[in-house]
Design a protein around this ligand. Sequence first.
Ligand code: DX5
Ligand code: ZN
Length: 237
Amino acid sequence: MTLRPVTPLLAPSILSADFARLGEALRLLEQAGGCTVHVDVMDGRFVPNLTIGMPVVASLRKETKLPLDCHLMIVEPLKFAAEFVQAGADWVSVHQEADPHLHRTLAAIRAAGAQAGVVLNPATPVETLTDLVGDFDFALLMSVNPGFGGQSFIPRTLDKVQRLDALRTERQTPFLIQVDGGVGLDNAQALVRAGADVLVAGHAVFKASDPLRAIRELLSEMKQGRESIGLESRPNG
Ligand code: DX5
Ligand code: ZN
């Protein structure tokens, strides 16, 4: 039995959007359908870059009903995870490498009322999740080293997606598989076939000459990937 959701999602990363025009970026994703809003939070410590924090999430929350997916690339994520939920995040993910108390942090995110996700860097094996299955709602596999948009996809991620899909099937425990970094038209179908349900895309959407068309093409690739392995998609997915 497949444990995959009926609606695959695209999560455009606003890291690649114009920060002075985030409202316009939200309108674009609303118009396209099938999207969540991927928000990359970086602290200059866990990753070598700084981006945005809770106040921006709170402002986004006032502007849209789309799910806000906050990817926390920060040390000691337990300190801030619940605050992101209070600011309006619907999904909050934290890095396995940043937190020796993941079980506690994931429980705190769920208790605050959001979907809890665990993120693995390219060098972290999916097998590190074996004893956490059931404690997270989604797993995010990084297909680049986190910190910047516009990097090249690391092909080995496809194998990690397959192994993670096998893990949820073996355990008969549903969770979403999300992939982040270097995702585009050249790999979206293969990722979905391998087991990915949610694809993050920054440059492929916001640096495209026609971002709305780019979203539609990516969603169409995802749909084709699902159909090629006998999975249906709901409209808009
Ligand atoms: C990288 C971020 C990504 C990034 C993806 O650390 O987590 O979400 O914005 O950007 P692209 O799709 O351009 O690789
Ligand atoms: Zn991200």
